[in-house]
Design a protein around this ligand. Structure first.
Ligand code: GLC
Length: 547
């Protein structure tokens, strides 16, 4: 079914340049990625989010774009891109690409024209001040080192506005010509076969910047984008980065007429607080604060992404608790708000805790999104600068460079982890494929069960009281069935009695155990007792088709 496919997608994020190098130049490429499509299909994912692969000076990992209509020549060309999209589709895998239009690279020809010629139409593509700004506002994202929002440009003889790094001038989205460019960009990639966009920095795009602000409701722009994308391609989706307070999420869904999907940053933060405290209540409380999603809207659930684990949704005290548990040393933290580590090192490489985290990822209401390397439990390299710590190359095998590239290791686009428990000789796809107890094989299993438990993606959820502060029970209902999951956040084994008030008697009788951290004694509908081991999890399902 094409419509609302994203409600039950399994999304895998990757960066082409760090995934698989086919020509030995040290950079991953589209041909290499194409060779790995069968692996991805075997893993069970059905949607890829490709991080920016456009021409770029690479001062922000590709989020500094200098040409929206092309491929970085080191990664391939439009021909290899389209071939890849087709081959992905043959395997039932859709492709989303990043739409980064809050800003361009300083090296984008638009900006070059704009700074050289005051009368060029491109001047108005950006936001300028002729005189030194009196108020040096600081809506910047990367802290003090980027100064305020205004940067003086010698060539232009004026100040330009930037939200992120100073080499990323913000586009003036109130300018109709810029809006038209964005529609062309969307149309172009949709025509090449992509199923939609991961939209970067959405709240920043519609807020006031200096004297530039939208006339009327700025959200109208997002409505136009959805309408435009769906007109080009009925099943196109916009998956938005909206890291704001949960009270504002509804504003970005609109009436199912703005963003199709929002990354659930709020739930993400409270998951980590729950892990730190070994309590379920931070998560259940967070879920209750979220708006309900209708059939044309969805949350994207995630644990970690390519950036820092941004803990801005927590209070100062809560953030401190998470820091102490998962980033005890200063160099593990960044920008005064986050953690630059991958999940397994944060959880002490404890397989039971990792499974608990992923069991939540795959059962919490929404669509799960995870990243390359997560499926084998890849680690980080804190010697690398800023967020590069979590962007090391994919570890395929015991071969040199983890089988990622034939180039010499100094030539790699980003390093490979080569030593210790996370080093490629000990941790790679090839080893885990041959071991039925590996994390990779476990991930395949949970993904396949999750696909059967469609209710987690499509259903209305309900929190069921568990009577134990460490245990969360939630149930997602859709049509004639439901999926129900129980999670024990603590290291203490326990028994809970399933509160079945919300369920009909036949549903309780025909409840079946579909997944868990181990094989437990069968569920007894009379006692309704559910035993959970340390960090244990169990999924149950009822479907009128199964009973
Ligand atoms: C988003 C990206 C991040 C990038 C920033 C600026 O937040 O996730 O990696 O640095 O946008 O484009």
């Amino acid at each position: 079914m094409a419509s609302n496919w994203y409600k039950n997608a399994i999304i895998y994020a990757l960066d082409v340049k760090t995934f698989m190098d086919s020509n030995g130049d040290g950079k991953g490429d589209f041909r290499g990625l194409e060779h790995r499509l069968d692996y991805l299909a075997g893993l069970g994912i059905n949607c890829l989010w490709l991080q920016p692969f456009y021409p770029s000076p690479q001062q922000d990992n590709g989020y500094d774009i200098s040409d929206y209509y092309n491929i970085d020549p080191d990664l391939g060309n439009l021909g290899s891109f389209v071939e890849f999209v087709d081959k992905a589709r043959d395997r039932g895998i859709r492709v989303l690409v990043d739409l980064v239009v809050n800003h361009t690279s300083k090296q984008h020809p638009w900006f070059e024209r704009a700074r050289e010629d005051r009368d060029s139409k491109y001047r108005k593509y950006y936001i300028w001040l002729d005189n030194k700004p009196r108020i040096h506002s600081a809506d910047t994202v990367f802290g003090k080192e980027q100064g305020g929002n205004w940067e003086y440009d010698e060539i232009a003889g004026a100040w330009y506005y930037h939200t992120f790094y100073r080499h990323q001038p913000d586009l003036n989205l109130t300018n109709p010509e810029v809006q038209e460019e964005i529609r062309w960009i969307m149309r172009f990639w949709l025509k090449l076969g992509v199923s939609g966009f991961r939209v970067d920095a959405v709240p920043h795009m519609i807020r006031r910047k200096g004297n530039e602000k939208f006339q009327g409701d700025p959200h109208q722009l997002l409505r136009e984008w959805r309408d435009f994308a769906e007109t080009q391609r009925k099943d196109a989706v916009l998956l938005a980065e909206v890291d704001t307070a949960p009270e504002r999420y509804r504003d970005f869904f609109g009436d199912a007429d703005q963003m199709h999907m929002l990354f659930n940053f709020y739930l993400n933060n409270y998951l980590f607080l729950g892990f730190a405290r070994q309590e379920a209540s931070p998560v259940t409380r967070a879920l209750k604060k979220l708006p309900r999603t209708g059939s044309g809207e969805q949350f994207a659930v995630f644990l970690r992404n390519h950036d820092e684990l941004d803990l801005e949704r927590l209070t100062k005290k809560e953030r401190q608790e998470v820091y102490e548990a998962f980033a005890p040393e200063e160099h593990m933290r960044i920008y005064g708000r986050g953690i630059r580590r991958r999940l397994p090192p944060m959880l002490g490489n404890d397989r039971q805790r990792e499974e608990l985290a992923y069991s939540l990822l795959f059962s919490l209401p929404g669509t799960p999104v995870f990243r390359y390397g997560d499926e084998i439990g890849m680690g980080d390299d804190l010697r690398l600068k800023e967020r590069n710590s979590v962007r090391t190359v994919m570890q395929w095998s015991e071969e040199e460079n983890g089988g990622f590239s034939r180039a010499s290791s100094e030539q790699l686009v980003l390093p490979v982890i080569s030593e210790g428990e996370y080093g490629y000789p000990a941790l790679n796809v090839h080893l885990q494929m041959r071991d039925s107890n590996s994390f990779l094989e476990w991930m395949k299993r949970i993904i396949s069960v999750r696909k059967e438990c469609v209710e987690f993606g499509r259903g209305d959820f309900e929190i069921i009281p568990s009577g134990n502060p460490a245990v969360m029970v939630h149930c997602c209902r859709w049509k004639e069935g439901f999926s129900l999951a129980t999670h024990n956040f603590s290291d203490q084994e326990c028994d809970i009695v399933l509160d079945t008030k919300a369920l009909a008697e036949t549903e309780v009788i025909h409840l079946i155990d579909v997944f868990g951290d181990k094989i437990y004694e069968d569920f007894d509908p009379k006692s309704k007792k559910v035993r959970l081991g340390k960090y244990g999890y169990r999924w149950f399902r009822y479907s009128s088709f199964l009973s």
